[in-house]
Design a protein around this ligand. Sequence first.
Ligand SMILES: Nc1nc2c(ncn2[C@@H]2O[C@H](COP(=O)(O)OP(=O)(O)O)[C@@H](O)[C@H]2O)c(=O)[nH]1
Ligand SMILES: [Mg+2]
Length: 411
Amino acid sequence: MFICFRRETMASSSQSGYFSQQEINKLQTTYDQGGLSEFATQIGKKLNDIENAKLNIAVTGETGAGKSTFINAMRGLRGCDEGAAKIGNIETTMERTPYKHPTFPNVCFWDMPGVGSLEFPMNDYVSKMEFTTYDFFIIISQNRFTENDANVAKEIQNLGKKFYFVRSQIDNAFSSSERQGVYFDRMTELDKMKQNISCGLTKAGISKPIIFLISSLSLNEFHFPQLRETLLNNLDKIKKDVLLMSLPNTTVKIVELKRAQLKERIWMLATVSAAVGVLPVPGLTVAVNLGILVAAIIGFRKSLGLDDASLQRLANVTKKPVEFLKAEVRTPLMDEINKEFVTKMLLRPGFAAVSAVEMVLDPIPIIGSIFGAASSFAMISKLLTDVLDDLVENAQRVVTVAFATDPGHPQ
Ligand SMILES: Nc1nc2c(ncn2[C@@H]2O[C@H](COP(=O)(O)OP(=O)(O)O)[C@@H](O)[C@H]2O)c(=O)[nH]1
Ligand SMILES: [Mg+2]
């Protein structure tokens, strides 16, 4: 059901994390002086900023540490997939290699040669690897972190940038103990190992190192979920948005986070769609920019990993037949989305009856006074909210089946 109205979900969209208080105040002045058109132009600029924001992530560590495997995991790829970083490759290059996200090319992971394999000193490393250009750094090791790792961290620290220590291949450490009949509580053991690493790094001069112990082959185990959460929470609003949308849907929680973030964009999309170059649409009582709506819906679908390529990648990584995942996608929103389709949705019986009581018109204070309840803005907000909720329901089902371990679902 996608044309069912949910009051509580509308209410939660009445926030505006993308704008600072100062920007919100400025928007009021913009509207007072330039009217709706200028106001909508400013909102459109913010949407463009979100769309075009880039995220550059540096991944460094010695050969064999697990850099390539990690870079693939973060992009939902296996080592054998097109565009994947080669696994087990003995580095001969002194260059950094960019690996773009397959769906969101604005997200780029940079595979850097380990410092230990270099002929040039640390200062040169910092400039050759263009340290100033990254949003944050991941320093990977499959074992203890070395003096080189600590030195790299200090350089990053000097630049005032964020870095995270990732001890990879932790599954190997556990399985070899378990094979020898040594069983322990995983979380307690992980804490102990983390404590050890932390002591070592502190001795090497890194205060309060942030450490995660992960397996790049198990995206929901060990510290991988915490790592994702920390990376997201340490970014500013727009970059957080960029990273979040690029994350493979490995948990229901990730899909839920995506919903919350996309919901915050709805009032902005509704503003530009109700105000920028609108033409009357036959049969509709309000004027809307259908092109913007079509693009928004396709964007939602992509962010929620429901496009064919993303479903195929998820099937590959979880070793499930892709048909299995596709069977969970049951919505007309996966058919061709075009202007006719969106018009039909807006013309559904009862759809236009959005009352002022139901509709939250104040994502930022000024919105309520610009648009009335029976406006294009109200209708578009409702439409996009319904669409988003429907797509999220489908994405939730997909992730549940993809990571199900019960015998009814082949592994
Ligand atoms: N079991 C396991 N193996 C891993 C993991 N990460 C990397 N590997 C393996 O470790 C080896 C080196 O990994 P690679 O990503 O090529 O390291 P790089 O040289 O730092 O890029 C390969 O054989 C990988 O399959 C992991 O998290 N778990
Ligand atoms: Mg590699």
